[in-house]
Ligand binder design. Structure first.
Ligand SMILES: *Cc1c(COP(=O)(O)O)cnc(C)c1O
Length: 230
């Protein structure tokens, strides 16, 4: 079943790309594995998934040693400063950089293990009270400050848009994100690159791709409904 779902998602990615003349190979598919047990994650990896995304440090810790096939690990949820130390040697990309305080801690912990870690800056593009992320208005100042950290390399932006029944409604947010992303392309800072634009989940990834996303985070579409037992 997981394999079938992956095929459906990959096909939808291909179709979305065709509609706007993009190449499917330019889209990174992240299977979001929160609440999913290691065995089923391994099944997804066996079926060709190469990137997995977790939103909680605790879950990464619990599953890390049970995962086979050496995927890239993405931290996609809010990261508390006091938990950076647990994942700094485990994740390949942190999608949720949202404060200077967090940047400081990530820089410090990465430095301790001689690592330059890749991060995305999370933007609260719809200015929702319930969501983490910087306002895009704060972004320019934030980038100047983050560019000074030696052990952090910004590789792009991430956004979570409001959940709506009709995903067409969130198209303007994706479009706005792409504009911001493109506007930062010629950054003068060596450690600021705009390589990844992480946006789009099960409900809206096809629209996100049409609007320029190159990294989609799909949970339900691959594993089915989540059950929160923990
Ligand atoms: C859970 C989650 C997803 C995936 O959500 P689905 O709707 O199941 O695809 C994507 N991004 C983040 C940050 C998440 O927490």
């Amino acid at each position: 079943m997981i394999l079938d779902n992956i095929k459906i998602v990959e096909n939808d990615i291909k179709n979305a790309c065709e509609r706007v003349n993009r190449a499917p190979k330019d889209i990174t598919l992240i299977a979001v594995t929160k609440t999913i047990e290691a065995e089923r994650i391994n099944e997804a990896l066996k079926s060709g998934i190469e990137n997995i995304g977790e939103n909680k440090v605790q879950e990464i810790m619990e599953k890390y040693d049970k995962i086979e096939y050496k995927p890239s690990w993405h931290l996609i949820g809010h990261l508390q400063t006091n938990k950076v130390k647990y994942i700094i040697d485990k994740v390949d990309l942190i999608h949720s950089l949202d404060s200077l305080k967090l940047a400081k801690e990530i820089d410090k912990r990465a430095g301790k293990i001689n690592r330059v870690i890749d991060v995305l800056i999370q933007i609260n593009i719809a200015d929702e009270n319930t969501k983490f992320g910087l306002s895009y208005k704060e972004l320019d100042d934030f980038i100047i400050e983050v560019s000074a950290f030696e052990n952090i390399r910004v590789q792009g932006l991430m956004a979570i848009v409001p959940y709506v029944t009709n995903p067409e409604e969130v198209r303007p947010y994706f479009r706005k994100m792409k504009e911001i992303f493109d506007g930062l392309e010629d950054s003068p800072y060596e450690k600021i690159n705009m390589k990844y634009l992480s946006m789009g989940m099960t409900n809206d990834y096809q629209i996100a791709i049409e609007e320029g996303s190159n990294m989609v985070r799909i949970g339900t579409g691959i594993f089915g409904e989540r059950y929160y037992s923990i």
